[in-house]
Design a protein around this ligand. Structure first.
Ligand code: ATP
Ligand code: MG
Length: 603
């Protein structure tokens, strides 16, 4: 029954593979400055400032007088948490309303009580708000319209346009035909109006078991469009609904509920994803039969991203089967996962703007999303020093009990962010990776006998290497510093080839740091060998936790959600699990490898 009843799922669209890497970006403002053609692999970019195809439709409607206003809606089904794909739809619907001085409703498409939950309603509201959009008092539910939908079904029966069908789900499927063969009429198709009305009322009253009958639209079993072959309008379902309780024993199908809900709300442009294109004739048919206000359905390409999944069903599997630690696991592309990871609403909105609106499905490279947050945090995130894998350094010529505070710039991109003091003392930690006993040619950082700059501090030279006598592992470096280089420059003009970060051992704050890699090991998780599933493509190394990290003490003031750039390492956000005495950070994204370039220049 379910496949005749539920809306199409995005990942089932036919031909998706063929067009996966084709993209026809009709709206890619900003793409030219992205340095990242992934959003637009075909290289078809609209002129900056030109309209995307939906804007063009809207402007034409306003110009011709077909519409005198713009009213959109975002219609989530409360059966899971919102993901980055939904963000695209939210930005589009709320964005168009803002742009044209119109309105956007939040409408919960709650027609399937078996999968829905208030937990999801709450999370969806929180996420839309967090993204920066407001539906004011226009929060609606398809279930608000159940009575009206029922009355309209009665109207269709009276007009001879709907009938109660007693075929079982299997029989119905069998009568439906295929893409190449027409369907066959149901033997119940020509039931009289009175009988249909009586049966529908009794279905509503709960007289019949689940699945025993449906109400179907009487359209055309020979239509080349399978959706027009007498689609189901109601099914019997003895299920408790999170809003209507036990009042209803029949529930409307997506196709019967959606267009009519749009009409009731006066939606002018009903924007949905491409898998609904084949449903548009049915959308129009229902509205035409009823003779009510007729919104226009417009389809756009759903967002797919490499190395991840944007399907609620799959995300639910990941969460329920414990492949990730909940809906807000920073590895999953849910809005709450991205938020916890350190993404800002501004970066997500900018990402949606950059990828534009397309008419054909494509897959966007994960780098486009990562670049959006990098650009945003580069401007905004205060800098700090943190050492993830500490190596002890003793500055042998620095006085034992001395300590001093060195001035560090908080954000070179934002002079208003000011400076802070960073403590320096005789024993420091540097990154294990920043030292090599036998450095290869292009390694410019610390090595025996070599001098480097400590960021915001002094030049130091490695004089001696202390090893564990059993393992031979380097456990400590003995270095000397040059007091004349305070602040980072030598008065005699001598240069060093690398600048490394550090923390003072005595002052450092311990922290747990979670480093994330792609959730899936393959760009397309669906790309699997015979006998395997997308779950086999999960990246076993998507999470790496270190509890040894040492941070500069200014990071103690970090509160959940605060974001920083750890110099040379990337952007990091304070995790929700942070408690007094236990700091936890999530790596949002690594830095571009600009640092490497900088080092080579010897800055
Ligand atoms: P999923 O396939 O993940 O279950 P869905 O389409 O069933 O998603 P809904 O809650 O029905 O999820 O979606 C609400 C709105 O968001 C719909 O208009 C839908 O078309 C849109 N949407 C969902 N996924 C994407 C996506 N990947 N890209 C763009 N829009 C999307
Ligand atoms: Mg849907």
């Amino acid at each position: 029954m379910d496949d005749l009843f539920r809306p199409p799922r995005g990942n089932e669209r036919p031909g998706a593979d063929l067009i996966r890497y084709q993209s026809f970006i009709l709206h890619a403002r900003g793409a030219a400055t992205m340095n990242d053609n992934a959003a637009n692999p075909a290289g078809e970019t609209a002129e900056a400032g030109s309209l995307n195809f939906i804007e063009a439709i809207i402007e034409n409607d306003l110009k011709t007088g077909k519409r005198d206003r713009v009213h959109t809606r975002f219609p989530p089904e409360p059966n899971g948490y919102l993901h980055i794909g939904h963000a695209k739809s939210i930005c589009l619907n709320f964005g168009l309303a803002e742009q044209y001085g119109g309105k956007c409703n939040l409408r919960f498409d709650d027609t399937n009580p078996t999968r829905e939950d208030v937990e999801y309603v709450d999370s969806i509201e929180e996420d839309v708000r967090w993204l920066g959009f407001s539906w004011d008092d226009r929060e609606f539910y398809a279930s608000d319209y159940f009575e009206q939908l029922y009355q309209w079904a009665v109207q269709l029966i009276r007009a001879g346009k709907a009938y109660v069908c007693d075929l079982s789900p299997d029989q119905m499927r069998e009568h439906r035909g295929t893409l190449t063969e027409p369907g066959r009429n149901s033997p119940f198709r020509d039931r009289g109006v009175e009988e249909n009305l009586d049966l529908l009322a009794r279905m509503r009253a709960g007289e019949f078991p689940d699945g025993s009958r449906t109400l179907r639209a009487k359209i055309d079993m020979a239509s080349p469009n399978l959706n027009m072959r007498d689609p189901v309008m109601y099914r019997i379902l003895h299920a408790h609904h999170h809003r209507t309780g036990d009042r209803w024993r029949i529930y409307p199908s997506y196709d019967w509920a959606h267009g009519q809900s749009d009409s009731i709300e006066g939606i002018t442009h009903s924007i949905c994803t491409l898998e609904f294109e084949n449903h548009r004739p049915l959308y129009n048919w229902c509205l035409e039969q009823l003779g009510v206000f007729h919104p226009q359905q417009i389809e756009f390409a759903r967002l797919n991203l490499t190395y991840t999944v944007t399907s609620k069903r799959k995300l639910l599997t990941l969460v329920k089967e414990g492949h990730v630690h909940g809906w807000d696991d920073p590895r999953v592309p849910t809005i709450c996962g991205l938020r916890r990871r350190g993404y800002t609403p501004e970066a997500i909105r900018e990402f949606c703007r950059r990828i534009g609106v397309a008419k054909f499905n494509s897959t966007i490279d994960m780098h486009v999303l990562e670049n959006a947050i990098r650009d945003d945090l580069n401007r905004r995130a205060p800098r700090a020093m943190a050492v993830l894998r500490p190596l002890k350094v003793v500055i042998t010529n620095y006085p034992e009990d001395n300590e001093e505070h060195l001035e560090a710039v908080n954000n070179p991109e934002d002079p208003a962010a000011g400076t802070r003091q960073v403590p320096f003392s005789r024993v420091l930690y540097i990154e294990q990776d920043d030292f090599m006993e036998e450095p290869p040619k292009k390694f410019y950082r610390l090595a025996p006998g070599r001098e480097v700059r400590l960021r915001w501090a002094y030049f130091i030279r490695c004089e001696d290497v202390v090893k564990d006598s059993d393992t031979g592992e380097v456990v400590e470096l003995h270095c000397t510093y040059d007091p004349a280089t305070r602040g980072g420059n030598a008065p005699d003009g001598r240069k060093v080839k690398a600048t490394i970060h550090w923390v003072s051992a005595e002052h450092a704050v311990p922290a747990e740091v979670r480093l994330y890699d792609h959730l899936f090991a393959a760009p397309d998780p669906e790309d699997v060998d015979e006998g395997k599933t997308w779950l086999d493509n999960l990246n076993p190394n998507s999470l790496h936790v270190t509890t040894d990290a040492r941070l500069e003490p200014s990071l103690l003031k970090g509160r959940p959600g605060d974001r920083y750039q750890f110099e040379r390492l990337g952007y990091f956000a304070v995790d929700d699990e942070t408690r007094p005495g236990r700091l936890v950070f999530n790596r949002t994204v690594t830095l571009r490898d600009e640092w490497t370039k900088l080092q080579k220049k010897g800055s």
